[in-house]
Write a new protein. Sequence first.
Length: 717
Amino acid sequence: MKTLDHSLERVHHEIVACNVGRAIDEMEIYLAAWPDAQTSERLNTIKEGYEMMVEYWKKGTADPQRQQTYHRLMNRVYQLFANIAIHRRLQASSFLSEIYKNARKSSREWSLTAIRQEMENFVSEIAMLEFEPEHLRGEKSRKLNQEHQQQMNELFNYVLTSRVWTDGVGKDFTDLLLSPTVDSFDQQLIVSAVMLSSMNQFDIVKFRVLTDVYRDSVDEQVRQRALVGWVFSIEPNMNFAFPEQKEIIHELLKSKRVCQELTELQMQLVYTINAEKDNNTIQREIMPDLIKNSDLQVTRDGIEETEEDRLEEVLHPDASERRMENLEANIQRMMEMQKQGSDIYFGGFSQMKRYPFFYDISNWLVPFFMEHPDISQFVDRMEYRGIIESLLDKGPFCSSDKYSFVIAASEVFNRLPASMREALANNEALMLDEVESSEKKSPAYIRRLYLMDLYRFFRLFPNRAALNNPFEDKYMADGPVNFFHYYLFMNSPLDAYKHDVVHMMVKKGARLMADRVLDFFPEKYQDVQFHLWCGEYEEVLQMDPGNERALTELARSHFAKEEYNEAHDYYDRLWLLHPEKVSYMLNKAVCLVKLGEYDEALKLLYQLDYEHADDINIQRVLAWTLTSDNKLEQAERMYQQLTSSERTTAEDFFNYGFCLWLMNRIEEAAESFMRRLELLGFKKPAGGFFDFNDVAWLKAHGIDDIQICMMETLIKV
């Protein structure tokens, strides 16, 4: 919700609390500061009705209609508030104010009857072009599309900046959006306008229009836009003021299909918001290899093919084959990302949204068609229209990107090398699999492309700040893109799908979103996996005493807190359950070392070293245990092997230094400590060369503070 001024915010607060009386009081305070005679008159009428209801109640009169009356009054108060809020928002934004004025200064009649007549006439006139002579058909088509596009742009702006609708207006718009005599593209565009308007200021009538269209439309393109529209329009704080919202949603959720589509939508939104992260992955990890391994170079004259280096071919005859393998591997990686749902084209096309075409807000969300009058100048001079149409038809491009592609292609396509044009014609250069015709018609595919359009609009449209933006970072966990956490969906059939959604969120790294959904997990679905996601490992073990993940996490937790007895017990349980896993027995031995149980630790370590002679980590723990147990000669022999190994680490020299120190070989110990610093790049470890635990260990083995200070001086710390 865009910030309202303080006095209007207080009205909103009382409406959310569903307190009609206090909402009226706060509205009166607001109108005292911002007088408006018409609004005051309407508020007085509402106040009279409210006071009459209160008087009957105070007398103890039974009123079976009290609840309905109260909510009718609340709706009327909200309508006043919402219209004021919309007016203030229009005043605060020069962009919204401009499109509001432009739409209404038109000479058009804005009755729903007139609007519908215009839209139906367009369909009829386009159909009648079939009977026009061919030499006249093109010009008439352009003129019809030009006029209609202007009408639809004005209608889009009119709906976007409209105030709260009455039930009658809502019914007329619903009929319009369900009519088989109205063009689908027009219906899709209006649905988007209704969504944006309702998102900017909640309107129960617009919300109902979107849910009715979603439920009843036979056009899948319209249905999926309406689905996204009503989900993004939900106002979760209006449960009390508008119980109808919850009733509508729960009626829809009786359908298994609706639950499945909502689940798909939630998962697709996670992929959608990852578009920029996926683009960074492509730019950093994939594109450099693609460019390096391709046979093309970018010059001031455009993209040119490089000639093969004959000497390179003689010296490294397999180099070309390796480049091709790398190229194919990177292309395959991108295609795999795309198949999983990633928006791999966002980065590339985001640079192509500065054309004048995108100055009009409606053009960001209008379905793609080649006859759009705002791209006609580019289409008319296009020499390779057939190739471009084929590409756009085959690939998973949203409408916004298709418009960008057509505009850009008209400028650069002719300058591409012939081989690249041929590759484009064969789908090879854009790294995409042709989308099957059946998939294009699927609700999930249609919805995915629409979400791509919306994401580009809310991320790139210059005037997006005037609108409530569901993709703002601050809304990632609690906003519409994570609608599965809404309390509205609690104790509904959608609960059964939350497990799959959280699993996907965790897998994609959307941990904050997953945590919010987990906050609203019904008790009946709080299984072992739920408690694992929540980090409630004790609860997990009550349900599944042998759960490896829970035991491991608890063991690590206790070890990190230096609770070695508890950590030992958990590693012991893990070892008994999984004797084949060396790490559990090794960690158990480490706990014993920390507890000073050297004999027990050595028994385990000798066994492990015998069974896994090549495991260098076992050797490290064994060498340190021998050092801690003052078996210094044995320890030294092991450290000599460790520090001469190709797999040696800085910590090997560090631990060797302690061993040498206990043997009173001070200079050699200092050299070993210096070698550690060298391997660390001579960066002083945080907290000093010897940390608190190191000092405690040294003191336990007879090294006092003075010796520690002298050693630090000797190694130039």
